[in-house]
Design a protein around this ligand. Sequence first.
Ligand code: 4AD
Ligand code: MG
Length: 435
Amino acid sequence: MKRRISSQFRSHYSAELVKLPEGYRVSIAGYVVSVRLHGGVIFFVVYDGGYIQCVAHMDEVDVEVWKKMLEVREYFYVSISGCVSYTERAPNGVEIVMDDVRIVAKPNRIPPFHPYSRKLPSLDKRLDIRAVDLRRPQLHAIFKIRHEVLQAIRRFLVARGFIEVNTPKIIASATEGGAALFPLFYYDKEAFLAQSPQLYKEQLSAALDRVFEIAPIFRAEEFKTDRHLSETISLDVEMAFADYRDVMNLLEDLIVYIVNSVRRYCIAQLAFLNIGDLKVRKPFRRISYDRVISKLKDLGLEVGWGEDLSTAALRRLAEVYREPYFIVDWPRGLKPFYIKSKRGGVTESFDLMWGHVEIASGGSRVNSKRSLARRIRMQGLNTESFEYHLKVFDYGMPPHAGFGLGVDRLIMVLTNRDDIREVVFYPRDPSRLTP
Ligand code: 4AD
Ligand code: MG
């Protein structure tokens, strides 16, 4: 790693110090996450993308410098000069023995909690002051894991021959059922925020074969749950010449790859969040909707065939299935019009579950224009609104399949948070439009 950007504030980043000899003089810059004063010795932990302990003895620094050091509090932005010192006392084996500190910016309000506080305000209160909340090491860990998940997704899919695409987010018609749309004015017309890039990614796969997109999707969710947001990041994947089984195999490999990448590159973060046993094993179980219904019956929960699975049912199943698993072959009435049917009133579809959380949905797509138009009508939708999509089929549409994966949900599960809002910078839900 070479990231030397020396400036008047820093000569090095904390992560580079281990490459330097004992006594090497450096300056680092960041904000303070902890301050301790112990009989004439002061310790700061400074965050600059990593953590570094800085220490000074009252007797060994200038009186004026010592006075400045006593002023420093958590959340102050500082530039510190001193010498590299290797010591077991420092959490990462190296610290800086300070000879000067420059206070670069200081809060003019006292933040309501310290970065390492055990007693924290509620999530809602913390979200109101997310800027302060984000300076906590817990959040550093969550956002580093988030970053690694996104990197891993891209590495994996690119290696499998997928290319990354972008599709419009202002659209004219629904794909995932009419209820959950956000309408907006588009000049003199009504338009909507996209619930999914579904139809666009299908068109792209017909032309480019294997595509993926990582982008926001918008859902006008009525209720507040632990796992629903009004705006959330989705990974959408679509591949030509594939069916839902091929896609499940790919998704399973992807999840294993993501988990292994997080385990490899986020060791400190997982330890900090007390996540000791992050592990998934292939193959994931594939259980048909029919079998899930009878399993639930055995567990004392009656679900009529064709009904969706309630949160209570999903929580009950999560007690039985501890690892990620697929629920496959959903009834036609529970899946959107573009999903291919198979015999027995069911579809070539799947949901990937992890605990009680649905992480992804996918399936084989209808690739005949006539069947698609029929399915659109059957769902009570107007084929005219989908003319722009249907006419693409006139030029040929290969068999194709894909999935949409909730990235925020996946990160919530990986980091073992019980609310999706914990892993999103500024979550949007029915009661949150600001900040
Ligand atoms: O299950 P969904 O609605 O499926 C689709 O959008 C299809 N077009 C996917 C496909 O390719 N067939 O959404 C996909 C995933 C869900 O499984 C869930 O993880 C996530 O997106 N998701 C949400 N996450 C957070 N908040 C919400 N309101 C979400 N809605 C969907
Ligand atoms: Mg779904």
